[in-house]
Design a protein around this ligand. Structure first.
Ligand code: ADP
Ligand code: 5GP
Length: 195
């Protein structure tokens, strides 16, 4: 799918990173924020427990009751159930001059694209399935969790290809991040040639 759209310079770019669990979406998102001072990272809500490797800032970790209250109050731009947990993006309030990055799964990305037809969807791909498996294990995921994640990878990859505007292989973190920054620079210059 080619990205072609008339973007208005006063609206933030909405950048959506998708890809199978363990491919490095979260790592790339943090790297992007560190390298591009015009990016603002949305913080999602989830009902899953924090991982031992997490420090509690990765998400708003909430109970299912609290999440369901959020749904009833219309708090979310999108939400979805993934591996028996709920995940949702609050309606973003992006500071002036910033573009927003969302790191979400496919069903959520489809909802975002319905809400923001100009959203730019970037599919992050692993170099190969062995590397993906190693990254899941390296992150400390249990073998059950690794198997569960790998079982949905082919579907996520195929569906992702249908909705993505760009595909980026996360072989080397800095290279992949640079490729995304180049994509964003190009989109910004199309949107506002004086940038
Ligand atoms: P996701 O958010 O897609 O589930 P993570 O960002 O949690 O994936 O990354 C999964 C694991 O892979 C983490 O341990 C992370 O440090 C590691 N990782 C991410 N990108 C790379 C890379 N380019 N090379 C090596 N390891 C990586
Ligand atoms: P994890 O539990 O590994 O942090 O995330 C599981 C999946 O949920 C990943 O594919 C991640 O991108 C996705 N995810 C994280 N936040 C959100 C969100 O706000 N909405 C949706 N739909 N998916 C999310």
């Amino acid at each position: 799918m080619n990205y072609s759209s008339e973007l208005l310079s006063d609206k933030p770019l909405v950048i959506v990173l998708i890809g199978p669990g363990g491919v490095g979406k979260g790592t790339i998102a943090r790297n992007l924020i560190g390298r591009d001072s015009r990016l603002w990272l949305s913080r999602s809500w989830t009902t899953r427990e924090p991982r031992p490797s997490e420090n509690g800032t990765e998400y708003y970790f909430v109970s299912r009751d609290t999440f369901e209250e959020g749904i009833a109050e219309g708090k979310f731009l999108e939400w979805a159930e993934f591996n028996s947990n709920l995940y949702g993006t609050p309606h973003p309030s992006v500071p002036n001059e910033y573009d927003v990055v969302l790191e979400i799964e496919i069903h959520g990305a489809i909802q975002v694209a319905e809400h923001y037809p100009d959203a730019v969807i970037i599919q992050i791909q692993p170099p190969d399935v062995e590397t993906l498996t190693e990254r899941l294990r390296g992150r400390g995921d249990s073998e059950t969790h690794v198997a569960q994640r790998l079982s949905t990878t082919p579907w996520e990859t195929e569906k992702g290809k249908e909705i993505a505007h760009y595909q980026v292989v996360n072989d080397d973190l800095e290279r992949a991040t640079s490729q995304i920054i180049s994509i964003l620079e190009e989109l910004r210059s199309t949107r506002n040639p004086s940038n």
